[in-house]
Design a binder for this molecule. Sequence first.
Ligand SMILES: [Zn+2]
Length: 406
Amino acid sequence: MDTRCRVCSGTVREFIDLGRQPTANGFLLPSEVAGEFFFRLAVGACQECRMVQLLEEVPQELRYHAGYRYHASGSAAHRSHFENDAKRFLRTELTGPDPFIVEIGCNDGVMLSTISTAGVRHLGVEPSGDVADLARAKGVRVLSAFFDEQTAADIRIRHGVADVVFGANTICHIAHIASVFRGIDQLLGPNGVFVFEEPYLGTIIEQMAFDQIYDEHVFYFSVTSVKEMAARFGFELVDAERIPLHGGEIRYTIARPATRAPSESLAELLAQEQAGKLSEEQTFAQFGSNVARIRDDLVTLLTDLRAEGKRVVGYGAPGKSSTVTNYCGIGPDLVPFVCDSTPSKQGHLIPGSHLPVRPPSEFSDPYPDYALLFAWNHSKEIMAKEEDFRASGGKWIRYVPEVEVL
Ligand SMILES: [Zn+2]
């Protein structure tokens, strides 16, 4: 089935189907299982602008609501990353008279709290009530809304133009991307920048990180496709830089045309993508068949371990744990529970696959034989923290870029 591209209306051709999936952050109580929402999780590439995107999308009201459970401040690495982002903006873009920064999807205020402390004018736009309240508690000014053309126009009327519009792991979530760019056009000052940090298609393909594919990620950006998208909406991509977050992301900087010189890093990344054939059909087809092999290997391993009477516990319940468990058909029969430090997830089930989420204290009580590392992007941090698990004879199971026991 073909779909129209959300950027250019070209034809989107499917290259991977991860099957029937719930909303990845729809952690639910055992009593809520009956009404659970499912859709077909499949991804394709636009034949015109090369933008990689979901074929079917979940209405945004189902994804971001009062009970949205992703907290950006959850890890120390994230807190320090966003504090550095804020400090960099304060040093570079926010030095004029009465500067103003807007963040699309400010989550719990992990970036804007530093801006607020510095006394700089700011506004977070955040549709999810719970996390918006956490941001407000840190002194961050928040507008509870989805960012679109209308919201942007209202902000401009009330606050004037912005020097920076920022988004982290939010822009790729927004299906109405054309309205976002029209909003940026309304809101951004003549020399302003629109900066966003998002999962990178190159990383997803290189690391086989198929679990980055879930309902919230409508787009899978490459530098090539973002450059094309910026141009189609009347802007220019002037910088792209690799950042280590979430296993490897890109920070894109978009400006009004001919206001800033394109960076060397941008040229390098574009050249790398072309050399690596990142946007070509054969690359996508290979990715699809490699993902199917990971599924087969992981299910075989878990089934064998169960037959040997070994205990396997999941470690971390990020949104992506939903993709892998539902795609592979991993239920509580193979992994009886998952430990996660987010209190609001504990006592709930991973959507679709219904693995129970329990507090980290249960991980060591007693240690399992194997731990399936869903939060693999925090491998280093986690393995260092859980040295005692290894010392007790425990082994880690990773499934990207391939299934391995560590
Ligand atoms: Zn397109």
